[in-house]
Design a protein around this ligand. Structure first.
Ligand SMILES: [Zn+2]
Length: 450
């Protein structure tokens, strides 16, 4: 990291920590003026947005057409403000990923690649000032205590990028762990480092938590990159104690983080969130983002493929930023049941599936549920030793307890379909297979297009 970066990161750190809004109205008014100022500066530099906003004008930014990932990637060359072509960016990012030398740069610009299937990967571009702002905001929201204290941060990532190497100084030791390394290697390094902050995807944190050789006591454990399933949260709490924190960020920005009460709050001082309401009663929505700090690859009225649930009541911490009950996961993982009356398919939120499993199989250590078609759902459960076969797996129809679990799960899904006016699906049970740590774990996954 260059030494000039330190004061800049500290400045953003202080600004994020010290910015306070007394009321929600104050926050929204400030946000609106920030967005307008940002658009006035950025739109002339982005050929794509220059054309988009021609008729509507900046004052009406809230009514601009939304864009999604496909639209953004399809117009990548004209959308970014630094004239980088997608082809060139992909080449650099893929090369870095293959060689794992972790320095995908085009001039001063960091190139990142989101995970996903090969045809569906997103590119993102970040400039040094954006990196410093990100690092400052991240440290402000994540570090327990002051930035002037000593911290040792262990960060597990799918692929490193310069974005993360920005953070690091003599007081803050920042160690990167490659998810592809063996768990024994991780445990050995962690025991040596004795991190004060442990950050990683929950599936990896679970592996660490279950390793008898791990001897660390981090002050803060932070789940990133995957949905934190209540089952994993419970297990991590048992091992590490206290609140399991979450950072909700993706290539589209630093979106939400937990407060001292363990509630996720949207980072509305960095990003403006509008909503596409999915279900008003259960407060579920798809967020539409306008990130007024991203200038290289503007994120304006961007529809994220995620479902969020707002909290019903205010968070006791007193923050005026929207409090979330949970991040449900991707809208692609909504299940669908055929309607009993032959009308449209009934959507089933991932959260309903999670709850069904937790209620019907509370003893499960891990699970996966995949919907393969409108009528077939596959369930895999990892049960404590003794309740399935030797590995604690349920396979096929076994006598005794595992059969009971299967009956309970099947019955619970029937009831769920009934409650939603849908036709109960056929449930098949398969052995639980250990998850590959270089892949994103999705415990609830839909594998067909309705
Ligand atoms: Zn709070």
């Amino acid at each position: 990291m260059s030494w000039q970066a330190v004061p800049r990161i500290l400045w953003h750190y202080a600004r994020t920590r010290n910015r306070r809004f007394e009321t929600r109205e104050e926050l929204l008014a400030w946000q609106d003026s920030r967005v307008k100022r940002f658009l006035a500066e950025i739109v002339p530099r982005s050929p794509y947005y220059r054309e988009q906003h021609r008729e509507l004008g900046i004052a009406n930014w809230k009514d601009w057409p939304t864009i999604d990932k496909a639209e953004m990637m399809g117009n990548f060359d004209r959308l970014n403000t630094v004239g980088i072509r997608a082809e060139e960016a992909f080449r650099v990012a893929l090369e870095a990923e293959r060689s794992r030398d972790f320095a995908p740069m085009l001039g001063p610009i960091t190139v990142g690649l989101s995970s996903g299937t090969s045809g569906n990967r997103g590119l993102f571009l970040v400039s040094p000032p954006e990196r410093h702002r990100w690092a400052g905001a991240m440290l402000a929201r994540l570090l327990p205590g002051s930035i002037l204290g000593h911290h040792r941060v262990a960060f597990f990532l799918r692929a490193n990028s310069n974005l993360y190497e920005t953070v690091g100084s003599s007081r803050i030791q920042f160690e990167f762990f490659d998810l592809l390394d063996a768990v024994e290697t991780h445990v050995e390094r962690l025991n040596r480092l004795q991190p004060t902050v442990l950050i990683g995807p929950p599936s990896l944190l679970r592996l660490l938590a279950e390793d008898p050789g791990l001897a660390i006591a981090p002050l803060k454990v932070v789940s990133v990159a995957e949905v934190l399933d209540p089952l994993d949260e419970r297990c991590l709490q048992e091992r590490f104690g206290g609140i399991i924190h979450q950072v909700y960020q993706c290539t589209e920005g630093f979106l939400a983080v937990t407060c001292s009460h363990g509630t996720l709050h949207l980072n509305e001082d960095l990003v403006a969130f509008q909503r596409e309401v999915l279900d008003a009663e259960s407060r579920k929505f798809v967020p539409i983002l306008t990130d007024f700090s991203r200038t290289t690859q503007p994120i304006i009225r961007y529809r994220l493929n995620d479902i969020l649930t707002e909290r019903a009541d205010a968070c006791p911490c007193g923050s005026v930023m929207t409090a979330l009950e949970r991040i449900e996961g991707r809208s692609d993982d909504l299940f669908y049941f055929p309607a009993r009356d032959g009308s449209r398919l009934r959507p089933v939120f991932p959260d309903f599936i999670r709850r069904a499993i937790m209620e019907a199989a509370p003893e499960a250590l891990e699970y996966r549920v995949c919907q393969h078609s409108e009528s077939v759902i596959e369930v895999s459960l990892r049960l404590p030793a003794g309740s399935g076969d030797a590995e604690g797996r349920v396979s096929g129809r076994l006598p005794g307890e595992s059969g009971d679990v299967e009956d309970r799960v099947a019955t619970r899904f029937c009831r769920l379909a009934d409650d939603l006016g849908g036709i109960p699906p056929t449930i098949t049970f398969t052995p639980y297979e250990a998850h590959r740590s270089d892949r994103k774990l999705r415990r609830v996954e839909r594998r067909f297009t309705p």
